[in-house]
Design a protein around this ligand. Structure first.
Ligand code: HEM
Length: 427
């Protein structure tokens, strides 16, 4: 369990996946530690991980740190369980589920992606920064389309503080990232309250998610104001780094694997051929992007954007013969499944074709990239659609070269600390 209070946090953050592997070699697939301020059971056992995700009803509820929830809000989906979770999740699905994507979100994603990807000719761009900006802008436009042009820049500054703060050490004194994170939340809330007030006063209806939330007459989807604010923060937060990092890493892997890039380009050019230059991508076009989906899944697997998810015990619980005291955290560590040589032969090779050969790989019981059970990612389709449309316009418009020598960190987050610069030129 390491040192009092600090436990093994330092080793965990410094050595990352190596720490996990070393501990597993000594203690087996399930072991205890003290990390990030809490006694924690770490499970690297695929069967047990699945069991935990499928059995929230047995008291295995989300276990995200309180410091993070203080920034994301007490009505955030990760802070609630039982019937409240059901209510919030149903509302979430009514905003980002497949039928909404098809009719409302896809045309917008297409429009904004096209607009913002069209002037990168003969320049050096930081693709990490670009994908982050694009992802956030597009998500924000889905929520508050009309107001986005006037408040977007200021809102994003505050939201970025919130994001960084939510992932930092919870030391609330002036100057720390956590302190700025809490300030960020306060200011984000101010923006959202004003936005809601203005919408309520306005006789004009808007065709976006905020209006859907405010004017819903279906009682199963009605939220209180506080729930609306936290729901917006959840949507923006959950789809931000996940989608932008996957987009950036796809660009990296495609650059390093020209044969995969060629096949992807062929897929997109054959869609483009059936359309005029101004015509947008429709649902059927998206559905036909089989290789693109494979590239995205392979990128998510190999880069492992999410290492695992957190749960905690509501009561003393026995799992696999271990007694876990009430209130202990469980780190459902799914990273190693992504490199399992039986599921994924030559696991460290970027091989999108593996997702085509065995269609069922995506439906395999140990496919936990989007989580599992009652909390399986409700934004999976939206995330894949957004990355697909990004790749569509990017690979059909540009060639690119990497500016060498740039570092990408893989743990605890996938990120390029100094940016990821590429030189792009138009076809
Ligand atoms: C492609 C990128 C994405 C990946 C890899 C991903 C992954 C995940 C994972 C692993 C979980 C499970 C968390 C848990 O069990 O505690 C999750 C949950 C969630 N995701 Fe995603 N996600 C992605 C994109 C998105 C997008 C675009 C949105 C929304 C716009 C979104 C919204 C959510 C929400 C709201 C939850 C919580 C669900 C609940 O607690 O019921 N995700 N995601």
């Amino acid at each position: 369990m390491g040192w009092p209070f600090f436990g093994e946090t330092h080793k965990f953050l410094k050595q990352g996946p190596e720490f996990m592997k070393n501990q597993r070699a000594r203690y087996g697939n399930v072991f205890k530690s003290h990390i990030l301020g809490s006694p924690t059971i770490i499970s690297m056992d695929p069967e047990l991980n699945r069991y935990i995700l499928l059995n929230e009803a047995k008291g295995l509820i989300p276990g995200y740190p309180q410091s993070m929830l203080d920034i994301l809000g007490k009505c955030n989906i990760a802070a609630v369980y039982g019937s409240t979770h059901k209510h919030i999740r149903n509302n979430m699905l009514s905003l980002i589920g497949t039928s909404l994507i098809k009719d409302r979100l896809l045309p917008r994603i297409d429009r904004y992606m096209r607009l913002h990807l069209n002037n990168w000719d003969d320049t050096t761009v930081d693709i990490q920064e670009k994908t982050m900006n694009l992802t956030f802008l597009i998500a924000f436009k889905q929520i508050a389309e009309v107001e986005s042009s006037s408040i977007y820049e200021d809102f994003k500054v505050e939201f970025d503080k919130l994001l960084v703060g939510s992932l930092s050490l919870p030391i609330n004194i002036p100057g720390t990232k956590y302190y700025h994170g809490l300030k960020g939340r306060k200011n984000v809330m101010k923006f959202l309250k004003e936005l809601v007030e203005r919408r309520r006063e306005s006789p004009v209806t808007s065709d976006d998610n905020l209006d859907l939330m405010l004017r819903s007459t279906d009682s199963s989807y009605m939220l209180s104001d506080e729930e609306i604010y936290d729901q917006i923060i959840t949507i923006l937060y959950s789809g931000y780094e996940t989608v932008s990092t996957t987009s950036m890493m796809a660009v990296k892997y495609l650059h390093d694997h020209p044969e995969a890039l060629q096949e992807l380009r062929d897929e997109h050019f054959s869609i483009r051929k059936t359309k005029t230059a101004e015509e947008s991508i429709g649902w059927d076009d998206y559905k036909s992007m089989k290789f693109t989906r494979a590239v995205i899944l392979e990128t998510l697997r190999l880069a492992t954007v999410i290492n695992g998810v957190l749960r905690k015990t509501m009561k003393t619980t026995e799992l696999n013969g271990f007694v876990i005291p009430e209130g202990w955290r469980i780190y459902v560590y799914t990273r190693e499944i992504n490199y399992d040589p039986i599921l994924y032969p030559e696991p460290f090779k970027f091989n999108p074709w593996r997702w085509l050969d065995t269609k069922s790989l995506e439906w395999h019981k140990y496919f936990l990239i989007f989580g599992g059970g009652g909390r399986i990612c409700p934004g999976k389709d939206l995330g894949i659609v957004t990355i697909s449309i990004f790749l569509h316009y990017f690979v059909t418009s540009y060639r690119w070269e990497e500016i060498g020598g740039q570092k990408i960190l893989k743990f605890p987050r996938v990120e390029a600390p100094n940016g990821f610069h590429i030189r792009v030129s138009k076809f």
